[in-house]
Write a protein that binds this ligand. Structure first.
Ligand SMILES: [Fe+2]
Ligand SMILES: [Fe+2]
Length: 349
């Protein structure tokens, strides 16, 4: 991976940015130099007089809410959409001007090992990996204590309404459940972060490990968004469920991280089961085995020509790793120890 930054004066930087057609951040600058108007196309006229006397006028565009980073093929669609094109290229092709950078914050130009341009802005080549498919998918934590049984049956109970709602729509199911799965790591990481600050102590790497899990789950969502599109009521459901689940998990983690991690361990066991069912549907031909989304090919370093089945295999392997990390975290608490006392399994995919 090679990362190079464009340097130069702010004005030159803005001009270069415009020439490259790349996005940079320009938020606070609006507060200072914003002179004018917003149009229906979310355009803002930004005029900065503090440019050596020469007033620089630049069009800024607010990012469209809900804009998808890249896109390939949705299940059930008859025709494949054109192959991925970086969002910046699309905007440049549409004749849109780049966002100006008042602060000299220029976008990094990232290239792959072979020198070709890295097309994703949401993750870097250093964050990609090959999934370990050899992980034992059948491992199970037998619930023996009251708390473990409570965690186990809570997750089992949640499965029933999920099965009824989604039936056999596994693509949609995966997409929706990943919106929930990406919450616990972020909440756990956040609370450990605050604890580290409060107590003036190290975390043992667990903050990062849990945030890595959250990011990995979010990449699952970014991937399944490419093969399934949420309907309006599914979006509304995610909105509601997130509000409830985030707060419930936050409270649960504050009261008993031992219980919270155990719940996630069992949720991951259920996720493995769901993805196994997904694979069966693919193998039976009930779900079309479409080409793997390009984002998945790059994130998991999949060979060209990979399919949705390959993607489900690597995602399932990820879930097995999350299962291990969370059961392990709960076990540490069961032994009367704190997470920081056991080095966190960083990079455990
Ligand atoms: Fe996931
Ligand atoms: Fe997971």
């Amino acid at each position: 991976m090679m990362i190079g930054r464009h340097h130069g004066s702010k004005l030159a930087g803005a001009a270069l940015s415009a020439a490259l057609g790349q996005r940079t951040f320009a938020t606070a600058s609006v507060a200072r130099g914003f002179t004018g108007e917003a149009t229906a196309g979310a355009k803002f006229l930004y005029s900065s007089p503090a440019r050596g006397g020469a007033a620089a006028t630049t069009w800024l565009r607010a990012p469209a809410i809900g804009m998808r980073c890249e896109s390939t093929l949705a299940l059930g669609e008859k025709e494949a959409r054109p192959q991925q094109q970086p969002a910046e290229d699309k905007r440049a092709a549409a004749g849109e001007k780049a966002i100006a950078s008042y602060w000299g914050v220029e976008p990094s130009k990232v290239t792959k090992g072979d020198g070709t341009e890295w097309r994703w802005t949401c993750f870097r080549p250093s964050e990609t990996y090959k999934a370990d498919l050899s992980i034992d998918l059948k491992k199970h934590h037998a619930p023996l204590t009251f708390l473990d049984k409570l965690a186990f049956w809570t997750v089992k109970a949640l499965r029933y309404p999920t099965d009824i709602f989604f039936q056999r729509r596994y693509g949609c199911r995966a997409m929706m459940l990943e919106t929930v799965a990406a919450v616990p790591g972020m909440v756990g990481g956040l609370l450990l972060h605050c604890k580290s600050l409060r107590r003036f102590e190290h975390s043992g790497g667990w903050i990062k490990a849990l945030l890595e899990e959250a990011e990995n789950e979010r990449m699952h969502l970014m991937t399944f968004m490419e093969v399934s599109q949420p309907r309006w009521y599914e979006r509304a459901l995610v909105f509601t469920v997130q509000g409830v689940f985030f707060n419930a998990y936050f409270l649960g983690y504050l009261i008993s991280p031992k219980f919270a991690h155990r719940v996630v361990g069992y949720l991951e066991e259920e996720a493995i089961h769901s993805y196994t069912e997904f694979l069966k549907e693919l193998d039976d031909g009930n779900i079309e085995n479409v080409p793997a989304p390009a984002i998945a090919v790059d994130y998991w370093q999949l060979p060209q020509g990979s399919t949705l089945r390959d993607v489900v295999l690597v995602v399932r392997a990820d879930e097995a790793h999350h299962r291990d990390v969370n059961h392990f975290a709960s076990d540490i608490h069961y032994q009367g120890r704190e997470l920081k006392e056991a080095p966190a399994p960083l990079g455990y995919h």
